[in-house]
Design a binder for this molecule. Structure first.
Ligand code: FES
Ligand SMILES: [Fe+2]
Length: 325
C-alpha cells in the first residue's frame, strides 16, 4: 500500500461526528463488581461499573462539584456508590444523584452524575448515547432467540481504531460492487431481502455456487449505525459475527468484531471453520480500511447501473443524526 497522508475528518466528511444509538463501551467480563472502568468515547469520558445487584451502568466521568474525573487518583466504587477522589462527594450508582458530602448537607439529592441507559447483550455492555439527548430507542433483542451463547464457540475477537465514520463502514453492506472489485469474492451476491425496520435494517444476501466458501446466505440485522449482528449460513456450518462501532472522537471510531461458530458434533471441524472464516473476515475488514481510512464522503456520488441502494441507506442513516441546532 502507498504511504498516504490523511486529511482531517472535517475536510473529508460533512457527516455529524456523533450520532444516536446503542454503543458498545466494554465487554461484560471487563467490568467486575466493585470496579470502575474509565473509557473515552464521543469526545468525552465515562465510567463503566456495576451496582451491587450486578447491573452494568455507565456514567459521565466528571464530578458536578468541581469537575474531577471520578476514576482519577483513588476514586472508587464503595457499596455501589461512586466516591469522587477530590472532596469525597458520594453518588448513588443507580441514579447518579449525590447522596452525601462529608462537610455539608446542602447539595445531597440535588445534583448528580449523568447516568446513561445501559444494556448487556451477548457479552457486551452497550450505552445509549444521543448528542441531542432524546429518550432511548429500544434495542432490538431479535438476535438472542437463535443465539444461545453456550451453543457457539468464539473464534475471533479483534478491534481496530479506524479513521472513518461508522456510517461509512456500514455503507459497504449496500455496495455489492466492492465485494467483487476490492475483495476476493468471485460472485456478486443478490439482495433477497432489504427491509427497513424500527430499530434498523434487515438484509439477506444470497450467493450462488462458485464461492471459495460454500456460503448460502448472509443475513444482517443492524441497529442504528453502531451495532450489527450477522449470521452466515453455509453447507454444514453457521457463523455469527457481531460488529460494533463507537466513535472515540471526531477523527476516530473503535470498531470491534467478535466471531462465533455454531458448535457441531466435530470440534476440529468447528475450529477449521472458525479459523478460515476469521482469517478471511479480518482480511476483508483490513482491505476495506485501506480505502475507508482515507476516503471522502461525497454527498452526491456519481453512481452507475450495477451499484447498490446507497441512497436508500443514506436516507435511513439520517434518522440517527442529531437535531439541527
Ligand atoms: S470535584 Fe468531586 S467532590 Fe469535588
Ligand atoms: Fe467490504
Amino acid at each position: 500500500m502507498n504511504a498516504l497522508d490523511r486529511l482531517p475528518m472535517r475536510a473529508r466528511s460533512p457527516l455529524p461526528p456523533y450520532v444516536r444509538g446503542w454503543f458498545c463501551v466494554a465487554d461484560s467480563d471487563e467490568v467486575k463488581q466493585g470496579e470502575m472502568k474509565a473509557v473515552s468515547f464521543f469526545g468525552d469520558q465515562f465510567v463503566v461499573y456495576r451496582t451491587p445487584d450486578g447491573v452494568a451502568r455507565v456514567a459521565n466521568a466528571f464530578c458536578p462539584h468541581l469537575g474531577a474525573h471520578v476514576a482519577s487518583h483513588d476514586g472508587k466504587i464503595e457499596e455501589g456508590d461512586i466516591v469522587c477522589p477530590f472532596h469525597k462527594w458520594r453518588f448513588a450508582g443507580d441514579t447518579g444523584l449525590c447522596k452525601s458530602v462529608p462537610y455539608s448537607d446542602a447539595p445531597a439529592g440535588k445534583v448528580g452524575l449523568k447516568v446513561y441507559p445501559t444494556k448487556e447483550l451477548l457479552g457486551l455492555i452497550l450505552m445509549y448515547f444521543d448528542p441531542s439527548d432524546r429518550p432511548a430507542d429500544e434495542l432490538p433483542t431479535y438476535d438472542t432467540d437463535e443465539f444461545v451463547m453456550s451453543e457457539w464457540t468464539k473464534s475471533a475477537d479483534k478491534s481496530w481504531v479506524i479513521y472513518a465514520h461508522a456510517q461509512e463502514f456500514v455503507e459497504n453492506i449496500f455496495d455489492p460492487a466492492h465485494l467483487t472489485q476490492l475483495h476476493p469474492t468471485t460472485i456478486m451476491p443478490v439482495y433477497e431481502k432489504l427491509e427497513e425496520r424500527d430499530y434498523g435494517y434487515y438484509i439477506r444476501l444470497g450467493f450462488s455456487e462458485g464461492e471459495q466458501f460454500p456460503v448460502e446466505s448472509v443475513e444482517f440485522n443492524f441497529a442504528g449505525l453502531s451495532y450489527s449482528y450477522q449470521i452466515t449460513k453455509g453447507t454444514g456450518f453457521q457463523v455469527v459475527t457481531i460488529g460494533t462501532f463507537t466513535a472515540i472522537d471526531e477523527e476516530r471510531t473503535l470498531q470491534r468484531v467478535r466471531l462465533y461458530v455454531k458448535k457441531s458434533a466435530h470440534e476440529a471441524f468447528d475450529e477449521i471453520v472458525g479459523q478460515q472464516f476469521s482469517e478471511r473476515f479480518i482480511f476483508e475488514v483490513e482491505q476495506d480500511l485501506n480505502v475507508l481510512n482515507y476516503k471522502k464522503h461525497l454527498p452526491a456520488p456519481k453512481l452507475c447501473v450495477g451499484d447498490g441502494p446507497i441512497y436508500q441507506y443514506r436516507r435511513y442513516a439520517q434518522k440517527f443524526y442529531p437535531l439541527a441546532v
